[in-house]
Write a protein that binds this ligand. Structure first.
Ligand code: NAD
Ligand code: IPM
Ligand code: MN
Length: 357
């Protein structure tokens, strides 16, 4: 198959991990006789430095015409510590999601058995956990109107959802539940928020259309607690943009590390595949970032955008094999990790590639 992939490394460790992600795509093309072509584009801090814009028009155009986008991360400490900055790297990411209509963000929480001991959660609580989050990605308080009073002493962000926005993501989650364990948890704050009451109404209205799916409603505070107490009770989770952002960082600890969690953002246009982690300033340039979230994002890209099931499974099997061989990056290492098994970003990538050769 011929496919054109746009690689958008972005900032910080985004550049390091997408280098490995692209190598994995190249290895898959060789192994399965596909013709993949590549282009690169700027976003985030590096784009602001080069063009003044966090999402240059050229990048957006390249995204629209690609068959899929492999994305790194955006962010720079300069902006994190300067709330008054007008142009920010994160605007590039949010604008990309909006412009491409990427309303559904799939975040699978896949726990590799070999990493049971890497998590801070007890193995007997964790074993068998397997969750798929559907985070709504183009609505909510992220995109509602923002205000600041003239004297700058008062600020607001509007939390807003339209029925159609809730309906389309909830339908996707119901459909996914049907291919898994037929359980759907909807997470909201309907005891307080009007937008959450709309959310819950929509889920309730759709429920009779999916009689084979068992639906559970949880408030965000309780869901956050249950995720650690009993991760196995979760199958598919559907929630809004902000709650989904927070819950999935928490859920990364079920998989062992932020460095293990991939995501797929899909909707009306080109799919974008990226780790859930950010640019990780604290480890940028040190060569220690875990590239497996980017590698697993490639697995999602192959499956969802290209329909390449066997290729996707080959990538996941390669990650599994590397972990079985005992190789670890720093974030997933434990007391039993031998010094010669502790690898940096690119050496870890090499191990994955050796299983795809
Ligand atoms: P972060 O996800 O970058 O890092 C959180 C912690 O996890 C850090 O200690 C980091 O070292 C660790 N970590 C993350 N990815 C790792 C990996 N692959 N391997 C090993 N360790 C890893 O979140 P943060 O520190 O809150 O944010 C840093 C910057 O990234 C901010 O500017 C933020 O806005 C941005 N950000 C961007 C995205 C994105 O582009 N999708 C996501 C989250 C945060
Ligand atoms: C993510 C990030 C982004 C979000 C930020 C950087 C805007 O945390 O992709 O999870 O909140 O969506
Ligand atoms: Mn996040």
């Amino acid at each position: 198959m011929n496919k054109h992939i746009l690689v958008v490394p972005g900032d910080g460790i985004g550049a390091e991990v997408t280098t490995v992600g692209k190598q994995v795509l190249e290895a898959i093309a060789r192994k399965f006789n596909h013709e993949f072509t590549y282009d690169e584009a700027l976003i985030g801090h590096v784009a602001i430095e080069a063009t003044g814009d966090a999402l240059p028009a050229e990048t957006l155009e390249k995204m629209r015409t690609a068959d899929a986008v492999l994305f790194g991360a955006v962010g720079h400490p300069k902006y994190d510590n300067d709330p008054s900055a007008k142009v920010r790297p994160e605007q590039g990411l949010l604008q990309m999601r909006k412009e491409l209509g990427l309303y559904a963000n799939l975040r699978p929480i896949k726990l590799f058995d070999e990493l049971l001991s890497s998590s801070s959660i007890k193995p007997e609580i964790l074993r068998g956990a397997d969750i798929l989050f559907f985070r709504e990605l183009t609505g909510d308080v992220y995109f509602g109107e923002k205000t600041r009073s003239e004297d700058r002493s008062t600020a607001s962000d509007l939390m807003i959802y339209h029925k159609y926005e809730v309906e389309r993501i909830v339908r996707k989650a119901f459909e996914a539940a049907r291919t898994r364990r037929n359980k759907l948890m909807s997470v909201d704050k309907a005891n307080v928020l009007e937008s959450s009451r709309l959310w819950r109404e929509v889920v309730q209205a759709l429920t009779p259309e999916y009689p084979d799916v068992e639906v559970e409603h949880q408030f965000i505070d309780a869901a956050a607690m249950l995720l650690i107490k009993d991760p196995k009770r979760f199958d598919v989770v559907v929630t809004g943009n902000l709650f989904g952002d927070i819950l999935t960082d928490e859920a990364s600890q079920i998989a062992g590390s932020m460095g293990m969690l991939a995501s797929a953002s899909v909707g009306d246009s080109t799919g974008v595949y990226e780790p859930i982690h950010g640019s990780a300033h604290d480890i940028t340039g040190k060569g220690v970032a875990n590239p497996l979230a980017s590698v697993l994002s490639v697995a999602l890209l192959l499956d969802i955008s290209f329909g390449m099931k066997a290729e996707s499974e080959a990538v996941i099997a390669a990650v599994d094999a590397v972990l079985k061989d005992g190789y670890r990056t720093r974030d997933i290492a434990d007391a039993d990790t031998a010094a010669d098994k502790l690898l940096g970003t690119f050496a870890m990538g090499e191990q994955v590639l050796s299983h795809l050769a």
